[in-house]
Design a protein around this ligand. Structure first.
Ligand SMILES: NC(=O)C1=CN([C@@H]2O[C@H](COP(=O)(O)OP(=O)(O)OC[C@H]3O[C@@H](n4cnc5c(N)ncnc54)[C@H](O)[C@@H]3O)[C@@H](O)[C@H]2O)C=CC1
Ligand SMILES: O=C(O)CCC(=O)C(=O)O
Length: 423
């Protein structure tokens, strides 16, 4: 696959997946297609070295990234991931999906994402703070409340955002709450942000189920990934009457045909760090998770989980992508053939960045909203965006993913054309 000299994507790798999604949307872009190559390249990609002194006195070096895929519709926006498998190629794809997501929901942002290649579980809190502060200083040349606004993603949270905000503020000489979102409430964070991505998955799932005539009451739900996104989505589905029958995370896979007692499961995860060993269900082999009979399957962990082989064995009606990029192009093709509807990540998990937008707006006005106001506005914005995508999918007889890309890429490329090219 040609494209860029510094990455070598394969068909089903994250950047390869993104490129194939752009190929699929191109025929629907009309005259704007002449700009489409813009979407196949990140605007800017920064690789940084992060040296820190470990608690044992040795010096360790970590590799960090911040990629701004597009700044056409506004500042960059997207999370920061800490994971041992993070690569430039992965962060490029995640930043491009942010461009599409922000445009699909019509938030006034471009798309960006960051990451550090490390396993946070191996670091002490002090080491984690050092890495975070050094990373923030290194990417400080391209982030800012009007330039690019990071937020939490896999293995990052409010504490990491607090250190990022503090470091950026120290470096610039002014308290700058709007430089990151997903902050603790005491530092200008927004009510509802911690729950927002999982809540958005639930809201969009509810809308999709209604259109597909899947009854919420008693619906069987399987969830992969029981962190911020997966656990909150599961909790909301269970509260609405659905049964969470299978959960999987990095510690194992648990099945309970009658549906888990959610409070017990959440308490167990809070205490032990994972679902493995939970006594309120049966442990099954990780591969068997993909064969569990469900009405709704929610991948809410990492990319590339629904491969062709797994897609062939899935026994579900609806895939609700809580994670970014969980379905490979080959998996997507099989699901389409089998008539399994996929609600793509760029709308299914857009609740998080939508409430991040609310947080950023609240920080600028220093006027904070109630959680009810936030949830009502969240519901209105993402259900409106979903309706538009659903109708676009019906109009062109295309998948919801390609429809979301039609809506988003049209917005990005219209803005690109109107801004023009010359300095
Ligand atoms: N946190 C947020 O606001 C948003 C997150 N997302 C996406 O949602 C997904 C999950 O993110 P978070 O919940 O924030 O992360 P998290 O760090 O809170 O949780 C990640 C979960 O994935 C599980 N996991 C990791 N490796 C696994 C494996 N090999 N097999 C099964 N499970 C595994 C972990 O055990 C954990 O339960 C990611 O794709 C992220 O990009 C998307 C939008 C916003
Ligand atoms: O809240 C944000 O700004 C971005 C969240 C994110 O990284 C995502 O939606 O994938």
């Amino acid at each position: 696959m040609p494209n860029l000299s510094f990455v070598s994507p394969t068909r089903n790798s994250p950047w390869g997946t993104y490129l194939s999604q752009i190929d699929a949307v191109e025929p629907y872009l009309g005259n704007l297609a002449r700009w489409v190559e813009t979407l196949r390249r990140p605007k800017r990609a920064l690789i940084v070295d992060i040296p820190i002194e470990l608690d044992n006195g040795t010096i360790a070096h970590y590799e960090g990234y911040r990629v701004q895929h597009s700044l056409t519709r506004g500042p960059g926006k997207g999370g920061v991931r800490y994971h041992p498998d993070v690569t430039l190629e992965e962060v490029m794809a995640l930043s491009a999906w942010m461009t599409i997501k922000n445009a699909a929901v019509n938030l006034p942002y471009g798309g960006a994402k960051g990451g550090i290649r490390l396993d946070p579980k191996t670091l002490s809190m002090k080491e984690l703070e050092k890495v975070t502060r050094r990373y923030t200083s290194e990417i400080g040349i391209i982030i800012g409340p009007q330039q690019d606004i990071p937020a939490p993603d896999v293995n990052t949270n409010g504490q990491i955002m607090a250190w990022m905000m503090d470091t950026y503020s120290m470096n610039t000489g002014a308290t700058s709450t709007g430089v990151v979102t997903g902050k603790p409430i005491a530092l200008g964070g927004s009510l509802g942000r911690v729950q927002a991505t999982g809540r958005g998955v639930f809201v969009i799932g509810r809308e999709a189920m209604r259109r597909l005539n899947i009854e919420m009451d008693g619906a069987r739900i399987a969830v992969q990934g029981f962190g911020n996104v997966g656990s909150i989505a599961a909790k909301l589905f269970a509260a609405a009457g659905a049964k969470i029958v299978a959960v999987q995370d990095h510690t194992g896979t648990i099945l309970n045909e009658r549906g888990f007692d959610m409070q017990n499961l959440l308490d167990h995860v809070a205490k032990t760090g994972g679902v493995g060993g939970f006594a309120g269900g049966d442990r099954i082999a990780n591969d068997d998770f993909w064969k569990v009979k469900s009405d709704v399957l929610i991948p809410a962990a990492l990319e590339g989980q629904i491969s062709k082989e797994r897609a062939e064995g899935l026994q579900t009606r609806l895939v609700l992508e809580g994670a970014n990029g969980p379905t490979t192009p080959d998996g997507d093709a099989v699901l389409a053939d089998r008539g399994i509807v996929v609600v793509p990540d760029v709308i299914a998990n857009s609740g998080g960045v939508t409430v991040s937008y609310f947080e950023w707006v609240q920080d600028f006005s220093s006027f904070f909203w109630t959680e009810d106001e936030i949830n009502v506005r969240l519901d209105k914005i993402i259900t409106g965006a979903f309706k538009h995508i659903w109708e676009t999918s019906e109009q062109h007889r295309i998948s919801l993913r390609t429809a979301a890309f039609v809506v988003a890429c049209t917005r990005v490329l219209e803005a690109r054309e109107e801004r023009g090219l010359y300095p």
